[in-house]
Design a binder for this molecule. Structure first.
Ligand SMILES: *[C@@H]1O[C@H](CO)[C@@H](O)[C@H](O)[C@H]1NC(C)=O
Ligand SMILES: *[C@@H]1O[C@H](CO)[C@@H](O)[C@H](O)[C@H]1NC(C)=O
Length: 474
């Protein structure tokens, strides 16, 4: 209180702080920033979440475990957005990056004006405005240096490992790092379209005006890389906090009682660690040929499985939802007796948290990695694009909690059924697999302790909140 008063005399406005959150419009990013909004609002700080109407709707609809609409302290703003085409994904594309989403990314760059208008509205009422934006949306917030009592923080929704390497390489390797990291490190070739690389570069041109960085990762899994990011050559003495994972690590079964997915009932009937979960996230579509090989390989492995088989999201996930225009690939005859194929939105966290689940065939998107590792489930890596090839290195080589299914160097080839069969068996039915599972379980335990009260991730979030609500001059 004493502080409060003395700052009133300094001319700073009395009253609360407010947070404005600017997500990047792809599912993994929308979700992370919505979860962050929930965490911040729990400190009694109002949060404004800004996106196009369709992306706000998508984020709210797909959230698991809590209801963002009834969260009194979170305010959604549907920013006017120009029409953008929403073509279906191309399952045959040689680069797996979801280039069909590009028009939706581009359209969201028009939010600079409504964003500035919102700041003008909030500015007189609050002591300080804190903007937290996805690193890929930096151009939207570029006018912040001209707005009174406002500061901005960059949210990185990818691993510290890949973020560090990105900065370090674009700065032309300002210092030496452990050679083990660089050995066999996949280049960025084939990870993005050239259009999207240009988009990233444009956004990164605007990140110089920030007050700090937030990472959705945990010191428990990425301590060494968080320390590398902290070096002043990289983040120029800016503050940073590693506040992840923060998915609900204990699953609230009551909430989902009424709409429990049938695959969870099926899991209840299986033996501990006997099921392998197969899912490639919301931005990947497999070719017909690949789907068949995967099906045959799973069948031959003789292991039980849950396979989420769906196409990548479209830029507007609600576009064409009434029409039955989804591609539906025929699976081999008699397929699926040992498992379940899920074609709708699967409760991934619940599946990973279930004791029957013993492995995860994953594209290694950062969300999936964090969810799997926090649940102690080892990963079979099948990277598709973006940061995924490097996350694969982190998971399989640095942390040693997974196996590689798809070698990035052979990304243009179909992964054959024989490879699927062999790697699934190695993870689910060998001593090597048990060893990997034991390490994953250990890491999962450490991660869950880190987000509990008094844990290291929780303390980081407390420290961030204390920092943004401090009573000193900006
Ligand atoms: C992809 O290739 C298959 C043949 O392998 C073809 O039947 C299908 O129409 C193609 N799909 C698209 C969207 O080009
Ligand atoms: C961090 O990532 C996890 C895993 O994807 C996600 O569930 C969680 O909501 C994210 N946390 C924040 C604060 O964004």
């Amino acid at each position: 209180m004493a502080n409060h008063q003395s700052n009133g005399q300094n001319g700073l406005q009395q009253g609360q702080i407010v947070v404005v959150v600017v997500p990047f419009p792809a599912q993994g990013h929308l979700n992370q920033l919505l979860q962050l909004s929930r965490l911040i609002s729990a400190y009694h700080i109002p949060v404004h979440y800004v996106a196009s109407a369709t992306h706000n709707r998508q984020a709210k609809l797909r959230v698991h475990g809590w209801d963002p609409i009834s969260a009194a302290n979170i305010h959604f703003h549907d920013f006017p957005t120009p029409f953008f085409p929403s073509p279906p994904p191309n399952p045959n594309a040689s680069i797996k990056f979801p280039s069909h989403l590009q028009p939706s990314f581009q359209a969201s760059l028009c939010h600079r004006d409504p964003f500035n208008t919102l700041l003008d509205v909030l500015s007189p009422t609050y002591r300080r405005i804190i903007v937290i934006h996805d690193s890929l949306m930096s151009s939207i917030v570029q006018d912040i240096p001209y707005t009174p009592n406002t500061e901005s923080y960059i949210f990185h929704s990818v691993s510290a490992f890949t973020t560090f390497l990105y900065f370090w390489e674009t700065m032309e390797r300002p210092f030496a790092i452990e050679s083990e990291i660089l050995k066999d490190l996949p280049s960025l070739e084939g990870c993005f379209t050239s259009e999207f690389l240009k988009f990233i570069r444009n956004q990164h041109d605007h990140i110089k005006f920030n007050s700090g960085h937030l990472y959705n990762t945990s010191k428990v899994i990425e301590g060494p890389y968080i320390n590398l990011l902290a070096k002043k050559q990289i983040t120029k003495n800016k503050k940073h906090w590693a506040i992840g994972p923060f998915n609900p690590v204990t699953i609230n079964n009551n909430y989902n009682f009424l709409r429990r997915h049938t695959c969870l009932d099926w899991l209840d009937k299986q033996a501990p660690n006997s099921v392998i979960y197969v899912a490639f996230g919301s931005t990947t579509s497999l070719s017909d040929e690949q789907i068949k090989e995967l099906a045959i390989g799973l069948e031959r492995s003789n292991k039980r499985f849950i396979w989420v088989l769906r196409d990548a999201d479209k830029g507007d996930v609600f576009d064409g939802e009434e029409k039955e225009e989804e591609r539906r690939v025929e699976l081999p005859k008699g397929f699926g007796e040992r498992g379940m194929v899920v074609r709708d939105w699967a409760p991934q966290l619940e599946i990973l948290g279930h004791s029957s689940t013993g492995g995860f065939v994953s594209h290694c998107g950062w969300n999936s990695c964090m969810e799997s590792l926090s649940m102690g489930v080892p990963i079979v890596a099948w990277p598709m694009h973006s940061d995924q090839p490097r996350n694969t290195v982190l998971v399989t080589k640095m942390l040693r909690v997974g196996l590689v299914m798809r070698d990035w160097g052979r990304r243009h080839e179909v992964v054959e059924a024989a490879v699927v069969e062999e790697v699934v068996r190695r993870l689910m039915g060998s001593e090597e697999g048990d060893e990997i599972r034991r390490r994953a379980a250990e890491l999962g335990g450490a991660m869950r302790r880190s987000v509990a009260e008094g844990g290291v991730s929780r303390r980081e979030l407390d420290a961030f909140i204390a920092h943004i609500s401090r009573y000193s001059e900006i």
